[in-house]
Design a binder for this molecule. Structure first.
Ligand SMILES: O=C(O)c1ccccc1N[C@@H]1O[C@H](COP(=O)(O)O)[C@@H](O)[C@H]1O
Length: 231
């Protein structure tokens, strides 16, 4: 049932973890251009890494309130398939980026209550939404905080909505999150790391398998993650 869920691993910054994600068959990999993030990569580093990805998965460039010149530099060097806007970008800015760069735009929205779903209608221009947990109080990052939100908030979403779910996902909870929300895609960063910014190949493999439905229950997912991490 969850076989076709789109899997995105975000914030990759090394060859070995990128290869682990590609070998696991993920659909999308994300490079993070937010300077305050522990997953930050320079444009030059992302260009090198992107060469390994081309043709094997889609490349996502994650930016936060970045100016057009900055995005232009990323697009020229990295040639991503998607732009991910994870800040306070407006619907007009999403539309402008789409026409300027000719790329799909993923717009992230922070969710913690039912009211946070209202902007979904305003962002119908986005090619895909990313419904992420709202950052906890005092957090310095607008995403990548490893905290989930109440997935039941998404139960009444239009099943045709093109979106991905994120926020505190890991191999132990992703199958349950997909079952409950029927999300067409999932995105993870902290949940496949051993420490902030340090991706873990075993956790990447376990997450991808769990998201794709090889784990039928949260218990099986946790068991699988534990087995693979410890082996
Ligand atoms: O990961 C980051 O450091 C980050 C920084 C700034 C904006 C977004 C960021 N990450 C995005 O947030 C989701 C969820 O992260 P997590 O799994 O809860 O850690 C992640 O997949 C990125 O798309």
């Amino acid at each position: 049932m969850t076989q076709s869920v789109i899997v995105k691993i975000c914030g990759l910054s090394t060859e070995d973890t990128l290869d682990a994600a590609l070998d696991a068959g993920v659909d999308m990999v994300g490079f993070n251009f937010f300077p305050k993030s522990p997953r930050f990569v320079t444009v030059e580093r992302a260009r090198e890494l992107a060469a390994r990805v081309r043709g094997r998965a889609e490349i996502v460039a994650l930016t936060v309130n970045m100016d057009v010149a900055g995005i232009e530099a990323i697009v020229q060097a990295v040639r991503p398939d998607w732009l991910q806007f994870h800040g306070a970008e407006t619907p007009a800015e999403v539309a402008s980026a789409q026409s300027r760069f000719g790329l799909g735009v993923i717009k992230a929205l922070g969710i913690s209550s039912a009211e946070d779903l209202a902007p979904i209608a305003d962002f119908s221009v986005a090619d895909r939404l990313l419904l992420d947990a709202k950052p906890p109080k005092g957090a310095t990052l607008p995403g990548g905080n490893g905290v989930p939100f109440d997935w039941r908030l998404l139960e009444a979403l239009d099943p045709a909505l093109s979106y991905m779910l994120s926020g505190g996902l890991d191999a132990g909870n992703v199958a349950e999150a997909v079952r409950l929300t029927r999300a067409p895609g999932v995105d993870v960063s902290s949940g496949v790391e051993s420490a902030p910014g340090i991706k873990d190949p075993d956790r990447i493999r376990a997450f991808t398998a769990a998201a794709r439905g090889s784990s039928k229950t949260p218990e099986e997912g946790r068991e699988q993650a534990g087995e693979r991490i410890m082996s």
